[in-house]
Design a protein around this ligand. Structure first.
Ligand SMILES: [Cu+2]
Length: 641
């Protein structure tokens, strides 16, 4: 709450923090959270050196009224705060974390990005039975990695209500970069609405929160978009119409502040803990050097801006040259709002807040109509096809076929001749096993050797396969292409302003496994926006088969995004090595943002056992069914490795 930030001076805060060896929440509920150790105040955000890592950490999950911005609202807190406390662990230790559920409903904590035993991963129904009301579950796992991670509830929609926090693992070895100050910058989206109400609003009217939607009169001109059951203004399902965007739990007006002294290097650990919101992050006047992505060291890249998908983390180092305040500005991808804080030589200073940029519109490329592309390796030049669609523009007929050829769920309408002969046209019996053997899975132009170069036929469009994935999929793009080198919607045209792209990410160390993948699974990201259905391969979680990974294999997972929205795809328990052309230096990530009409691949070393969650990290997409269980099984007899 507001008073929390102003009533106690920063010096007192630091005293508190250091006095306990580990700091505690600054909440009226101090007494109960004081029992927790190994945790730091989320509001403060600063990570101070600690001399002792606790053997045990106690977390308590409450439902209570807290103040966000200037309003009281109903939240689910961890140890009394939103975000919950920053948990500090040390690489090499055994983590023991006791989570007590003070709610009336089941809860859970998933340790996002951690490689640990499946039974400790914290997903009810997959990893364990959840934490029943008024009980405590003790998580215990070895900590075999370091970097910036986070934790959150994996029960229902609790994450939207504030049930998340940062998880920082200090490195055993000296880090390959240096800094004088170290801050967590946790971004989130907050609504005073009950998240179940939000979901039910979306189910009733998928554009419920899209106040920027064109007028009906205008929209009726856009018959082709309507036929695709899509709207070019549909950038985010849930927007600033209901959300307040927070930085370390603080609304823009509360101005979360990170202090620095002139000449210092400051590490900022950005974590996107949003339920639904992508942010574009910049600090006007400062270059940011990206040193970690998803907790993994990368070869440093200097950027002016980066997009952070839901659930991703990026660590950057900045060196403010002047002793003046700088705005830390996190603008939402749909330009409907922002989270904001200040990097400042002293408390109470503010810097100019940039105006929100123009709302972007979906393009031909997002609809899979950009088949004329010839591998735009440069990554930044706006191509003609990437311009927003304007019906008066001849781009609509670009390449010589009209929109009437766009396939959609109405099979009577589409006329792609090769579909008529394909066995995959039988939509009733679509399952993963069939997909592995169906001739239709051999997408044209797909060549394993080519892909071993990094899979990166960047920008080269290939036709979408014939399978439309049934009613769970409103339409498929005609052409899909690898878009890892593209900055993403709204960031295309930024001369003299470097925006991070996935092809910039190169692991600092080469991967230890030189094997080429011996098997490929292709998964389509599917949806029917009008009905707010989201799924993989047109089947929602409740009706989908378990996805089988073979123990010991190196697997290529290929994603084809049939929808016109970005999806942050998250695999639990195993790293995804992004096939971005970096060869042995593929970056390891736990979340991959897959752009509209994109086809891209990751490689996975299947070196764990058990069952794991695999899902879109947009909370309402996951809830609507965009999730699978991955089971690690023995390779079936007779299948070649
Ligand atoms: Cu999604």
């Amino acid at each position: 709450m507001k008073e929390r930030y102003t009533a106690i001076s920063r010096r007192q805060l630091l005293k508190l923090a250091t006095g306990f060896g580990v700091s505690v929440g600054l909440h009226p509920l101090l007494q109960r959270s004081a029992r927790a150790t190994g945790v730091a105040s989320p509001m403060l955000g600063e990570l101070l050196p600690i001399d002792r890592y606790p053997n045990q950490i106690d977390l308590k999950v409450f439902q209570e009224q807290i103040k966000i911005g200037d309003r009281q609202s109903n939240a689910i807190t961890v140890n009394g705060t939103v975000p919950g406390p920053v948990i500090r662990l040390k690489e090499g230790q055994i983590a023991k974390i006791n989570v007590s559920n003070e709610l009336d409903s089941e809860t859970s904590i998933h340790w996002h990005g951690l490689i640990l035993p499946a039974t400790m991963d914290g997903v009810p129904g997959i990893s364990f039975n959840g934490i029943k009301p008024k009980t405590t579950f003790s998580y215990e796992f070895p900590v075999n990695q370091n970097g910036t991670y986070w934790y959150h509830s994996h029960s229902g929609l609790q994450e939207q209500q504030g049930h998340f926090g940062a998880l920082i693992i200090d490195s055993l070895q000296p880090e390959p970069f240096s800094y004088n100050r170290d801050y967590v910058v946790m971004l989130s989206d907050w609504t005073e609405e009950d998240p179940h109400q939000v979901l039910s609003n979306l189910k009733k009217v998928s554009t419920f929160y899209n106040y920027q939607q064109r007028t009906i009169a205008h929209f009726s001109e856009d018959a082709d978009w309507a036929r695709m059951r899509m709207d070019p203004t549909d950038i985010a399902d849930v927007t600033g119409a209901t959300y307040t965007y927070l930085m370390n739990g603080m609304a823009p007006a509360n101005n979360w502040t990170a202090l620095f002294k002139q000449g210092e290097k400051v590490r900022l650990r950005f974590i996107n803990a949003s339920a639904m919101t992508y942010f574009d992050v910049r600090i006007p006047g400062l270059k940011m050097t990206v040193v970690q992505a998803d907790g993994q060291n990368v070869q440093p890249v200097s950027v002016d801006e980066f997009r952070i998908a839901v659930a991703e983390t990026y660590d950057v180092i900045v060196e403010p040259e002047e002793s003046k305040p700088y705005s830390i500005f996190a603008e939402t991808m749909d330009r409907s709002g922002y989270a904001r804080g200040t990097l400042s030589p002293q408390m109470g200073l503010v810097a100019a807040i940039p105006p929100l940029r123009t709302r972007p519109l979906r393009t031909m490329a997002d609809m899979g109509m950009d088949h004329g592309s010839h591998g735009d390796h440069g990554g930044h030049g706006p191509k003609q096809q990437d311009k927003p669609i304007d019906h008066k523009s001849p781009q609509m007929d670009h390449g010589g076929h009209g929109m009437q050829a766009m396939p959609n769920a109405n099979h009577a309408e589409h006329n792609m001749s090769e579909m008529n002969s394909s066995p995959a046209m039988d939509h009733s019996g679509h399952d993963m096993h069939n997909m592995d053997t169906a001739p239709a899975m051999d997408h044209s132009g797909h060549d394993m050797r080519q892909m071993d170069d990094g899979g990166a036929d960047l920008g080269e469009a290939v036709p979408h396969g014939p399978d439309h994935h049934g009613v769970g999929n409103a339409g498929v793009p005609m052409m899909v292409k690898n878009r890892l080198h593209e900055p993403g919607i709204g960031l295309e045209s930024t001369p003299d302003h470097k925006v991070l792209v996935y092809t910039d990410l190169r692991s600092l160390e080469p991967g230890s496994d030189g094997r080429s993948p011996d098997r490929e699974l292709e998964l389509h990201l599917t949806g029917n926006m009008e009905r707010y259905m989201w799924s993989f391969d047109g089947k929602k979680y409740s009706e989908s088969p378990i996805l089988q990974f073979y123990y010991g294999e190196r697997l290529r997972l290929t994603f084809v995004n049939d929808t016109m929205m970005e999806h942050p795809i998250h695999l639990h328990g195993m790293w995804m090595e992004i096939d971005n052309g970096a060869g042995a230096y593929k970056p390891r990530k736990h979340v991959l943002n897959v752009k509209p009409a994109e086809k891209c691949s990751v490689e996975v070393n299947v070196d764990v056992t058990g069952n794991w969650a695999f899902h879109c990290h947009l909370l309402y997409h996951m809830e609507a069914g965009m999730m699978r269980t991955v089971a690690i099984v023995e390779r079936p007899m007779g299948e070649q490795s």
